[in-house]
Design a binder for this molecule. Structure first.
Ligand code: URA
Length: 430
């Protein structure tokens, strides 16, 4: 088989066979296909797409390039969740303990944040002592013992995806639905869960900018799940403004803990309760979605979910920090509005980029982050703002943040008329 024939076939809009797809991926990982040929194939896929069978074959070839995690030693239905990435998205920290306290087995391998989106591992590692590098045996034992483990994805999981993603990043081929779907699903399938909720974000701060694209991506990933006998449910959710009020690692841990205690922002609590009810129901821990939802709400009120978060931290070497003495920054700067009106738009991307510039996120994979800094919003879409009122607080360790202040101010747009908040959960596809 020759790579050039495969490239030409896709260039000419023909469907590739399973053998051709496996050949291309295996040869690329082995180093016998050079970057320029793989780039050419990726660009052909970008323009000409793939049918469901091709995407499933690409997913399979990518997941088979590395280790797959066998969770069969964990009793019961294993559940997992993945977000396509957003600003202020601390859902895993809340959702995990919620569903685990209802009896579902939450076995989660997470990644680090890049660019304007944060990563669960960075948030957890901002808690002193928390160890993300569990052995497979320790991971399985912990899920069996306390229903939850959140550890780091190892480099042995879908290594082809790492190589392909790096190439896509520099060849303009990231925003391709078959490539995104196979990238996400190869890692999720390799991680071994039976039931997977995908939170497909849509809006300025997200990969998918339109509902049409989000629907297509969701449907492709749900179909991949069916081919691999996994239950995949895609939630399409709004990311036109950040989720919750806090953006930045330690700030988000505090918001997550408050949410588990029933004092969090309503958007975050709603999202976690809704996604959680699907996971608990499909894990056969409730007889209906409504009963699952009631169960989850009960675990917040009883503080069982919050207690389980403490247990999770302790099992992985950490300890619940004193939230009143957790963040140490040079200064906290209030960004005030110079106009009056209703917040019509709050650009998640701008806020995410401002937080990244402060040091809360990574510009490149090699950047180090400052876990104490970030932004706490005081006003979100629909809120009324008086002139001179605080829009947001910047937690800062830098000398000059003129640019970050400008970015926060420019992220807000106002209207004289009252504004209705857009719905958070736009569609659920399963
Ligand atoms: N997240 C991934 O893991 N892969 C993509 O291609 C895009 C988002």
């Amino acid at each position: 088989m020759r790579m050039v024939d495969i490239i030409e076939k896709k260039r000419d809009k023909k469907a590739l066979t399973r053998e051709e797809i496996h050949f291309a991926i295996n040869a690329y990982v082995a180093g016998s296909v050079p970057d320029y040929q793989m780039s050419s194939l990726l660009m052909a896929i970008y323009f000409n797409g793939m049918n469901d069978d091709e995407v499933a074959d690409l997913t399979e070839a990518t997941l088979m390039s590395g280790e797959t995690i066998d969770l069969s030693e964990i009793e019961g239905v294993k559940v997992d969740k993945h977000s396509t990435g957003g600003v202020g998205d601390k859902t895993t920290l809340v959702l995990g303990p919620l569903v685990a306290s209802c009896g579902a087995k939450f076995a989660k391998l997470s990644g680090r944040g890049l660019g304007h989106t944060g990563g669960t591992l960075d948030k957890l590692e901002s808690i002193a002592g928390y160890d993300i590098s569990l052995t497979k045996e320790a991971f399985i034992k912990q899920v069996n013992d306390i229903n939850i483990a959140v550890a780091g994805q190892t480099s042995t999981l879908a290594p082809a995806d790492k190589l392909l993603y790096a190439l896509r990043d520099v060849t303009g081929t990231v925003p391709s639905i078959p490539l995104i779907a196979s990238s996400i699903m190869s890692k999720k399938l390799a991680s071994g869960a039976d039931v997977i909720v995908l939170d497909v974000k849509i809006g300025d701060g997200a990969f998918m900018k339109t509902l049409e694209d989000a629907r297509k991506l969701s449907q492709v990933m749900v179909n991949i799940g069916k081919k691999f006998n996994r239950k995949v449910i895609a939630f399409i959710t709004d990311m036109s403004e950040p989720l919750g009020y806090a953006i930045g690692n330690k700030l988000e841990v505090i918001e997550a803990v408050r949410t588990l205690q029933g004092n969090g922002p309503s958007d975050l609590q709603t999202l976690c309760t809704e996604i959680g009810s699907y996971l608990v129901y499909h894990a056969a821990k409730a007889e209906s979605l409504n009963m699952a939802k009631a169960d989850i709400e009960g675990k917040i009120t009883s503080l069982e979910a919050s207690d389980l978060f403490n247990t999770l931290l302790e099992h992985q070497g950490g300890k619940m920090p004193d939230l009143n003495n957790y963040i140490h920054v040079k200064d906290i700067i209030a960004v005030k509005s110079d106009v009056k009106g209703y917040v019509e738009k709050l650009d998640a991307l701008q806020i995410g980029l401002a937080a990244m510039r402060l040091g809360a996120g990574r510009e490149t994979k090699e950047s180090t982050i400052d876990t104490d800094v970030g932004i706490v919003l005081n006003k979100k879409v629909g809120d009324f703002v008086e002139e001179g009122e605080v829009l947001a607080y910047i937690y800062n360790n830098k000398d000059d943040i003129t640019e970050e202040i400008r970015m926060v101010l420019e992220a807000y747009r106002f209207s004289e008329a009252a504004v209705e908040k857009p719905p958070l959960i736009i569609e659920i596809i399963e």
